[in-house]
Design a protein around this ligand. Structure first.
Ligand code: S3P
Length: 200
């Protein structure tokens, strides 16, 4: 499938498979990854694992990779090194993963905060936003303890509403979107597979 990305007169230096067509840049060749973006509790990991297995692709959980490489949990990273350090790790990992193929990637919920992350993935991947309503995100995450951004506030429900409102336009800017709010993990995985096949 041909995918267009932002016009960039230097594109050909960095992406030899890219063809400049007028003011647009078209990527020649297949998009070979499925990248799942979305708020905490949007089912990226659970549905992503099922989708990867059925598609015969490798499942990659970005948070898990960062934890393994740093030897610290995400909570410990936020605590000892701060959020900017974590975001830098995410940014570097996106650049690396976007160069590989055959992966279903569950991105951390904050990946959309840096537009470069989405842009890099879109060059080689079908990027799907897994949307979830605030109330459902709360229900799905209320007993978990590993997400530092949700631990800081005693009122987790309010925290989720605020964070989701702040990020809503970034998630909704992603062209391919699945509203997972009323879906089972199984339904979500099936929908992700359908979207990947239709767009790769
Ligand atoms: C974050 C989401 C988390 C993790 C970190 C920050 C966010 O990933 O990357 O706690 O900013 O939304 P999940 O979306 O997989 O929970």
């Amino acid at each position: 499938m041909m995918r267009s990305c932002q016009a960039d007169r230097f594109t050909n230096l960095f992406y030899p498979d890219a063809l400049l067509v007028g003011s647009r840049t078209c990527y020649i060749g297949n998009v070979n990854n499925l990248v799942l973006v979305g708020f905490m509790g949007s089912g990226k990991t659970d549905a992503g694992k099922i989708a990867a297995k059925r598609l015969g692709m490798t499942f990659v959980d970005m948070d898990a990779v960062i934890e393994t490489r740093t030897g610290q949990s995400i909570a410990q990273i936020f605590e000892s090194k701060g959020e900017p350090f974590f975001r830098a790790q995410e940014r570097a990992l996106v650049r690396e993963l976007a160069e590989n193929s055959g992966q279903v990637i569950a991105a951390g919920g904050g990946i959309v905060l840096d537009a470069g992350n989405v842009r890099d993935f879109e060059r080689t991947s079908v990027v799907v936003c897994c949307w979830v309503d605030a109330g459902v995100a709360y229900e799905r995450t209320k007993h978990t303890k590993h997400r530092p951004l949700l631990e800081a506030d005693a009122d987790r429900r309010a925290r989720i509403e605020t964070l989701l409102r702040e990020r809503e336009s970034l998630y909704k800017a992603i062209r391919l979107r699945v509203d997972t709010s009323a879906m089972s993990v199984e339904q979500q995985a099936n929908e992700l597979i359908r979207i990947y096949r239709a767009n790769s």
